[in-house]
Design a binder for this molecule. Structure first.
Ligand SMILES: Cc1cc2nc3c(=O)[nH]c(=O)nc-3n(C[C@H](O)[C@H](O)[C@H](O)COP(=O)(O)O)c2cc1C
Length: 172
């Protein structure tokens, strides 16, 4: 079985998971922006991973655009966010992102990292603005991702854990 792991990662956690999956499967591994369709088409299995930013899974547009060309192949998606896994929140994330032609694809969650210092100016400001608005709400009503963002504060957190890839390896 031949396969490739394609990823879109801004701060490295998704890249880390893609590398772990490639290491365990022997699949090739490539940043999605560098991948060419004629090369990807050669593989039987395509695993796609994208970071979660403002409730959106990055890089999915590539998959949406090309999904018809992947007919007959095994396509698996994973996404990487700062929130701890929560079934309801994950179902909402999947419903929001895995629509139409992507709706039948298996999608998994892996927990990533959060480091304000490593962020771009725009992302850092966005996260600070989010933290300010979350702080105004009742903490008992915070969503899981809001809680994680508040707990991370200005600090550096790394929740990446290789065992998250077991669920993906299991369905291959
Ligand atoms: C601007 C911004 C928005 C984010 N929004 C979310 C979010 O909605 N949900 C979540 O779980 N994590 C969110 N995160 C955290 C990222 O998903 C986390 O840092 C993840 O590790 C990113 O993947 P990467 O390291 O491959 O870039 C956000 C991070 C940034 C910088």
């Amino acid at each position: 079985m031949s396969g490739i792991v394609l990823y879109k990662s801004k701060y490295g956690a998704t890249k880390q998971y893609a590398g772990w999956i490639a290491g365990e499967t022997g699949f090739d591994c490539m940043e999605i922006d560098k991948a060419k369709m004629e090369d990807i088409k050669q593989y039987d299995t395509i695993i796609f991973g994208g970071g979660v930013y403002a409730s959106g899974i990055s890089g999915l547009s590539f998959l949406k655009k090309n999904i018809s060309q992947f007919e007959g192949k095994k396509v698996v998606v994973f996404c990487v966010g700062a929130s701890p896994y929560d079934e309801k929140a994950f179902d909402e994330l999947v419903a929001r992102n895995m629509k139409d032609s992507l709706a039948d694809l298996p999608c998994f969650y892996c927990r990533g990292a959060f480091d304000m210092d490593a962020m771009t100016f725009v992302d850092r400001n966005l996260c600070r603005m989010l933290q300010k608005s979350i702080a105004k709400k009742n903490p008992e009503e915070w969503e899981v991702w809001e809680k994680a963002l508040m707990e991370a504060g200005n600090g550096k957190c790394d929740w990446t854990d290789k065992s998250f890839i077991d669920q993906i390896l299991d369905i291959l």
